[in-house]
Ligand binder design. Structure first.
Ligand SMILES: [Zn+2]
Ligand SMILES: [Zn+2]
Length: 378
């Protein structure tokens, strides 16, 4: 990617949108709604969907952290898979078999909690293994592989019971764990896509941020963390930059009953306050800056928006679940997804006759228990 054309684009966009206050001002009014499965992604386009923008506690409108990135070359990637986020993924009409790559920033439940739902739930319509990338920790037990293996272990009954009923390949998972200390190092490179990672300062060692570069676009996702010079350094020249923005100390005290000391520690040391978030945006100057990880509504937006605006004047989106961003060379637009809440899972074009796939060995039910079956159809 060359720096100059991008700089020029940034400047034009920043000028046009310098008064942006919240998401509504960056929505393209002509295309204000996205209807899943009705719109082809162009070969040179990137599309990013917010699957979870809330907090570790859920509320109906906001699941926990997750972002879904689709590229015009046909590839796609989840970044984090927080609790509840797969509910929003189901709205997109993308087949589980066509979405098998997950990059984790860290192992808080609000970033990894829906892994079992995606992996085991998706097995019903998926015929291939899933792939997970994530950081190591200071010890083996604090790393991604340990976490995912333990999820699998916890679901031993589930997996045993489905084995032999569903084709075997869909129950597989592969974990690629990389060094959490990697400094902007490549952790994935394939099909023109390069993903890099660097450490984030979040609670304890072992959290990371990612950049994804493809087709001259750069997407950055910070996961969680307090402001850091690493993030500023490695997030320059970004098209879509997502950084956490926690509730203000005042909101944490009012809404969650935090003490002043807890609010300060959680809101500005473990996480990033709105004012700090604005500082990060002003130091990185993305084409569009996206703040997430707070309860976003009529009550919080004025306060959080005005705090971000103390330190940042450029293009800004305050993300909510199922906001969708299309990134082209020309512009970055934000819309909302409209969906059928009663939709069915899509089937991949690669789905094959299940009879052609290997089946595992069934675990039989005990004879004494089976004697109680009422046999109508066998
Ligand atoms: Zn976290
Ligand atoms: Zn989080």
């Amino acid at each position: 990617m060359t720096t100059n054309p991008k700089r020029k684009r940034q400047t034009n966009l920043a000028r046009g949108r310098s008064q942006a206050v919240d998401s509504s001002t960056v929505v393209d009014k002509k295309r204000g709604t996205y209807y899943p499965a009705t719109e082809e992604l162009r070969p040179d386009e990137m599309r990013v969907t917010a699957l979870g923008t809330g907090m570790p506690v859920l509320r109906p409108s906001q699941m926990s952290a997750s972002w879904f990135v689709e590229l015009g070359n046909g590839d796609n990637f989840f970044f984090d898979m927080g609790t509840g986020s797969i509910k929003n993924f189901s709205a997109l009409g993308v087949a589980y078999q066509d979405a098998t790559n997950l990059f984790l920033t860290h192992l808080h439940s609000d970033h990894v909690g829906d892994f079992p739902l995606w992996w085991i739930g998706g097995w019903i319509t998926r015929q291939t293994p899933v792939n997970v990338w994530g950081p190591s920790g200071k010890t083996r037990e604090l790393g991604t592989k340990y976490c995912i293996d333990k999820f699998a272990e916890a679901y031993t009954w589930d997996i045993t019971s489905r084995t032999g009923e569903l084709p075997d390949p869909g129950k597989g998972y592969r974990v690629t764990e990389f060094d959490y200390k990697a400094m902007n190092k490549v952790v994935y490179k394939k099909n023109g896509v390069t993903i890099r990672s660097w450490p984030q300062l979040h609670a304890i060692d072992g959290a990371v941020a990612y950049s994804l570069e493809w087709n001259g676009f750069k997407f950055v996702y910070g996961g969680d963390g307090r402001p850091s010079d690493l993030f500023v350094k490695y997030s320059q020249n970004t098209d879509l930059l997502i950084h956490e923005c926690f509730l203000t100390e005042d909101l944490l005290m009012r809404k969650f009953g935090f003490s002043k000391q807890m609010a300060k520690s959680v809101g500005t040391v473990v996480h990033t306050s709105p004012e700090q978030c604005g500082y990060i945006f002003s130091q990185t100057k993305p084409r569009l800056a996206v703040a997430y990880h707070f309860f976003n509504d009529f009550e919080t937006v004025p306060e959080i928006g005005s705090h971000i605006r103390k330190t940042y004047k450029g293009p800004l989106s305050l993300a909510k679940d199922l906001h969708i961003y299309n990134i082209t060379k020309k512009n970055v637009i934000e819309r909302k997804v409209a969906y059928d809440p009663d939709n069915w899972p899509s089937r991949s074009k690669d789905y094959v006759d299940p009879r052609t796939l290997p089946m595992g060995k069934k675990t039989p039910m005990s004879k004494w228990l089976l004697r109680h079956a009422i046999r109508l159809d066998e």
